[in-house]
Every structure is written in C-alpha cells, then in structure tokens.
Design a protein around this ligand. Sequence first.
Ligand SMILES: Cc1ncc(COP(=O)(O)O)c(C=O)c1O
Length: 466
Amino acid sequence: MSEQQPNDRLQCRWVKPLVAGAGPRYVQIADLIGDAIRTGELSSGDQVPPQRILATALGVDLTTVTRAYGEARDRGLIASFSGRGSFVTSTEETAGEVRIDLSMNIPAQPSERRIASLALAAMEEVFKRQGDRRLSAYDTGDSNLSAIQAGQAWLRPAIGDLANGNLVMSAGTQAAIYAALQSISQKGESVLCEPLTYPGFLLATRKLGLNAVSVKVDEHGATPESIEEMHRATNAKVIYLNPTLQNPTTRTMPEKRRSDIANTLLKLKMTLIEDDPYWFLLNDAPPPLVTFTKGVRTYYMASLSKCLWPTLRTSFVLMPVGEENNLFLESLRSSGMGGSPLLYGLTEHWIRTGVARQIVLQVQGEARARQTLARSILPKNACSHPSGLHTWLALPSNWNRQVFVEILEQHGIIVAISDAFSAEENPENGVRISMGGAANQSELAHALKQISSLLMEDRRRTRTIV
Ligand SMILES: Cc1ncc(COP(=O)(O)O)c(C=O)c1O
C-alpha cells in the first residue's frame, strides 16, 4: 500500500492488499467490501473511503476503484449519493415492531441451522453427481426421471403401486391446481369444493373465471349426497378436496367416507383434484381418495411444502390414469417452464439418503410440541390434530372476526380470517392459527396467550349503550 495520512488509514482499516493472479482487481475490491461486511469490520451505514483514498491505499488506478464500487453497488453492498460518498447498505431486515405471523401454514423447523446444513451438504452432493451442465438446464420433464423414481418410492406408503403410474413433478401444488383447473374446465363453469377450503384453490378459480360452489359437510367432511345434488344442480364436472388434515378445519375424512365419495365421483364421471400435502404428518392417515378411484379421472397432488420444507417448491403429481394429459402438461409448462433441477435434485437426494424421512419426523416432533402447547393455552373448542400445523378456532358469537383479527394485529399477532377460506358469502365465524410461523415455542406461547386472553374479553361490554 502507498503512503497514507492517518485519517485515510483509519478509513481503510479493513482493506487488505490485492493478490496478483487472483482475478480482476475490481472484483477483488468488491470482495473485500463484502468480506468486511460479513466480518463486521464494516456495518450498515458506514461510509466506504472516497475512491481516490482507496486507490492510493491499494496502489491501483482510480478507474479500478470506480469499477469496483459499481460492482459493489450491483451486489447491493453499498449505495452511492452524489456529493456525499458511498455507504454500506443495511445488512439486516429493517428492525420494526415485532410481529408474530401465524397466518401462513408452514412447518416449524426444529432448528434453522439444521435445515441449512442438511441443504448445503445435499447441494454439494447433487452438484458432484449431476454436474453443472445438467443442473444449468431447464426441466424438460424427461430430465428429472430419476427424481420421479425417487418420488414413486416416496409415495408408495400412501398410494402403493399407483405411484408407478403417470407421475410428474411440479414447482409446488399451487401451480398444479391451476394447471389442472385450466386444462379441464371452461370459463363460467362450476367447480365443487368444501365451504371452507384452501385459499390458493379459490384464487385459481377466480383467476380462471370459474365458480367455486360449496357442497354440504358433516363431521367427516363433504357428503356424497351433497356432491351428487350439487353436481346435478350446477353440472360441475370437477371437485377439489383436501381430505387429510383439511386446511383450514383440520378435519380428516375417514376411510369409509373416502370410499363412498370415490364411488360417487366414478358414478358421476366427475374429475377429482385431491390435494394431500399433510398425509405424511399423520401416522394413521387413511389411504388417499385416489386409491379408491384407482387413479381414474383423479389428480393426486403431494406437495413437500408441509412435511419437509416449503423452499423445495416441489410437488409430486399423479395424473389421471389412461389419459393423455397433454393439456395439463402444457398448462403446467406454460406458466413456469418446469421446476428447478437444483431443487428437484435436492429432493431426490434427500429421499434416496433417508434424510427426507428424518425431516418429516422432526417436523412432526416440533408440530406435536407446539400443538401440546396450544392445547394448554387455547380454549377447548379449538380444533387441531396432535401433529398438525394449524388450529381452527371458532369464535364465540360476541366476537366479530374482523374486529378480532384487527385487535390482534395491533398487538403484532397475525392470524388468518375465515373469509379467506370461504367459498360462500357468509362464512363461519372463525380464524386459523398456524403454529409454524412463530420463531420458537416461547414466541408461540406469548402469541397464543394474547389470543386466549382477547377471547375472554366480552366485546359487548366495552360498548356503552345509552
Ligand atoms: C391444502 C394446501 N394445498 C396446497 C398448498 C400449497 O402447496 P405448494 O407449496 O406445494 O404450492 C397449501 C399451502 O398452504 C395447502 O394448505
């Protein structure tokens, strides 16, 4: 480094000499800034030295530093302001009010570092096995045959040999629901569903101009009689069901009901979209509906978002047996050009090495602990499964659900209101509380206690009647 003034030295205290032959010098300088931020030598808001001073300190041309700062700006490391200089940008999320978001149904990972280290180790293996070239290409369907084979093994406990049928991968179940609806329905048609159902399905129907029409349910879920009645009334050809740990009601349809519904659908020649992301979280879930329809006119969608990791964006989709399914495949491709070979490779690796089953066990364990906590805090009428990710809470009549969620939000707690799940105008008065959104069990306990004590307030009494 060249001769410097003491103040210049202070500004450049994090600077290290560049290394000959270690790549372009402007890149090395940008790397130095990145390293200094990572090690804490530079913090958000710190000014980086004026370019002239850094050029002198490093013994390089001013233009090299100008280019380096451009590179650092492109990486989001610094921001420059004319006349004021360049500053390190914020490296952390803006600290705001603490919010506990229990509105998203995600699995709580027992320890964040654990999923990170499992993913990193697997990525390394995936690159070693598949090579950069294969992982840099688009998913063409044929390119992920070995991941599909892993998926067939994965699904065998749920659907047996049916898994060997028309199985494809999709970048999440949401994309597959949209593609299925698009390929089998026409604008203006009706699609049957339960009165409270997965909001992503409702969103897809709205976008496609379809009418989501609800069938009657009892404690076991949709009734075959009502499916038949609504089919005749609306001419609906398609039904969407989520029979295991239903989102949001947490209901699991028993085996007999599944078989009765399958027979009804076969008789009516209706197509079924069976959305089954929670099956692996239960140890005693009945066989999926697809095993009763034998795959006829049935899309079976098994997302890994809930039992493993939403970041995988991976769902295995069994397409209807004995059909070409070209329209479905085209729809899937037209919206996303397939999934990520890297994530599919990671999924395959986790399945083949047994890591996927271990993660399910851990997710179940954490879900169980959280549900036990919830049962000790929430009122007895709250519905949940011991290893489920969410709880359904019907609100007492003195509580308007809109007011309830707004007050909770003012306390920094977010839950999902029944209207988001409703295929009908006037839904049940309730909220869904997802246990996985809290960072840890003590944060969850804090949120649940707030919910519980708010429930006990009698809103009618707070209004002065004269
Ligand atoms: C019933 C149901 N289906 C599908 C999804 C979304 O699945 P994916 O992440 O695979 O798109 C969810 C997410 O909450 C869900 O609850």
